[in-house]
Design a protein around this ligand. Structure first.
Ligand code: KIV
Ligand code: ZN
Length: 510
């Protein structure tokens, strides 16, 4: 019999820790619903004690999702565990994930604790977490650089205290596949009560080895992998869910286990996460990159046409490519729009949002002949993002002419007051951004500005991504429109709203 490989998705927690990837509560719920639809087993919804907003986001996900287990991260501290337990009250199935660092450098420099104190804190944390749920995960942070003897000692103690999953993180992405795999094998062999817990891995991608390390661990007995959509995560990211799942599914001749994932929803989840965070997927990214199944050279095409297996090891349709791509147009009605949203797994919170999305859809259909799934996803992101923002774009006029200085006239609504400003700039986007900044006075620095086309053709919507920095804090903003100057303004305003909504949040690992 094939074992089950548990998929633990941490896009909403570790993924969100990457600078500029922060998400609102509604965005987290939308992503969580997409993960549930994909049949992810465990969703780490956040770090409940980080802020009031984080607590509410974990709570909202716990309420909205019924089929996946919902988890909150907590340090090995009473207050963290209590907050996690509180946030998870409404979950159908919950898990508390508690952690403490175990490598010599982390214990000495970060925690300033002796190894015995670290064990004591870990055991206490697990016992406290068990008051809230019988599903408790423990992670020795920086296990990849910890001493094996010490890992054996602390893991044995936390299993006795009630931990049901032992997660072994390669926090800094330092390990090599054979080494990490053999660490998992050794721990399973040497810890006397190892059979009482599921071994899990959590690999970072600093050396580009997160997926390879995770798979090597699976070969050595790990039965849970922690991963994120598109490999989002701190620094170089975490192991990519889509790569882990498809490697195990495609190479069933090698793996003694398989996942429950419904792979057909992989692509839409990838697009959703990329749209919400503004982290663009590189074209040659495995599974979800635009070129992942594209055959350019004549010789490859010829082979694929004769027999697809000559150059294809997976079917594009199995991960969601090419299914019902072209959809709606100018004459499509509200019902067709609503049912396409359902097929795409998009649930809008209210009739008001649905109406706003449908109005946007009609406006877009007037400008653009064919509306693709990607257009719908972008316009829904736009509607959801603008629901309770302090600043919004009322209107904009930009004059740009050969030999003349471009001028933008921008009207914004700021806390319900309308303000209009005219500014010139080196180009139309520069003029528009100067006008917006002169109204909002954010004093942010624009770190990144990029435009890409959502679909093909000159009538396609342009999608603009920006990243702003202020006092070390980084936010991203997205905007889409058939007019790229308007898309640029929307993206800038989207990011400014995030800057204005700033609340202090605790980082779990600092
Ligand atoms: O990378 C890491 O060690 C983590 C832990 C909190 C599990 O994210
Ligand atoms: Zn991590």
């Amino acid at each position: 019999m094939t074992d089950q490989l548990i998929i633990f998705d941490t896009t909403l927690r570790d993924g969100e820790q990457s600078p500029g990837a922060s998400m609102t509560k509604d965005e987290k719920v939308r992503i969580a619903k997409a993960l549930e639809r994909m049949r992810v087993d465990v969703i780490e919804a956040g770090f409940a004690i980080a802020s009031k907003g984080d607590f509410e986001a974990v709570q909202a996900v716990a309420k909205a999702v019924k089929d996946s287990r919902i988890c909150s991260l907590s340090r090995a501290l009473d207050a963290d565990i209590d907050r996690a337990g509180e946030a998870l009250k409404m979950a159908n199935a919950s898990r508390i994930h508690t952690f403490i660092a175990t490598s010599p450098i982390h214990m000495k420099m970060k925690l300033r604790m002796e190894p015995e104190q670290v064990i004591e804190n870990a055991v206490k944390a697990v016992k406290r977490a068990r008051r809230y749920t019988d599903d408790v995960e423990f992670s020795p942070e920086d296990a990849g650089r910890s001493e094996t003897d010490f890992l054996c000692q602390i893991l044995e103690a936390v299993i006795d205290a009630g931990a049901t999953t032992l997660n072994i993180p390669d926090t800094v992405g330092y390990n090599l596949p054979h080494q990490f795999g053999s660490l998992i094998g050794t721990l399973r062999e040497r810890i006397p009560n190892a059979d009482k817990a599921v071994f899990s891995v959590h690999c970072h991608n600093d050396l580009g080895l997160a997926v390879a390390n995770s798979l090597s661990a699976v070969m050595n007995g790990a039965r849970q992998v922690e991963c994120t959509i598109n490999g989002l995560g701190e620094r170089a990211g975490n192991a990519a869910l889509e790569e882990i799942v498809m490697a195990v599914r495609t190479r069933q001749d090698m793996f003694p286990c398989d996942t429950n994932i419904d792979t057909q929803h992989i692509l839409s989840a990838s697009r959703l996460v990329s749209g919400v965070t503004g982290f663009v997927v590189q074209p040659n990214k495995a599974i979800v990159g635009a070129n992942a199944f594209a055959h350019e050279s004549g010789i490859h095409q010829d082979g694929v046409l004769k027999n697809r297996e000559t150059y294809e090891i997976m079917r594009a349709e199995d991960v969601g490519w090419n299914t019902n791509r072209m959809v709606l147009g100018k004459h499509s009605g509200r019902n067709a729009f609503r049912s396409r949203l359902q097929e795409l797994g998009i649930e809008l919170e209210s009739e008001v949002e649905l109406n706003a999305a449908f109005t946007r859809f009609k406006e877009l259909a007037d400008k653009k002949h064919e509306i693709f799934d990607e257009d719908i996803q972008a316009l829904v992101s736009d509607v959801v993002a603008t629901t309770d923002e302090r600043v919004s774009l009322v209107s904009m006029k930009v004059c740009s002419e050969t030999g003349e200085t471009p001028v933008a006239t921008v009207t914004l609504s700021v806390d319900d007051d309308e303000v209009q400003v005219q500014m010139s700039g080196s180009g139309p986007v520069d003029a528009a951004y100067r006008a917006i900044e002169s109204i909002v006075q954010s004093h942010t620095e624009l770190q990144l500005y990029s435009v890409s086309n959502i679909t093909t053709g000159t009538d396609a919507q342009g999608e603009v991504n920006v990243r702003l920095e202020k006092g070390g804090r980084i936010v991203s903003g997205q905007g889409a429109d058939t007019d790229i100057v308007i898309a640029s303004a929307k993206a800038y305003i989207n990011a400014l709203n995030k800057i204005l909504a700033h609340v202090d949040r605790a980082h779990p690992q600092v």
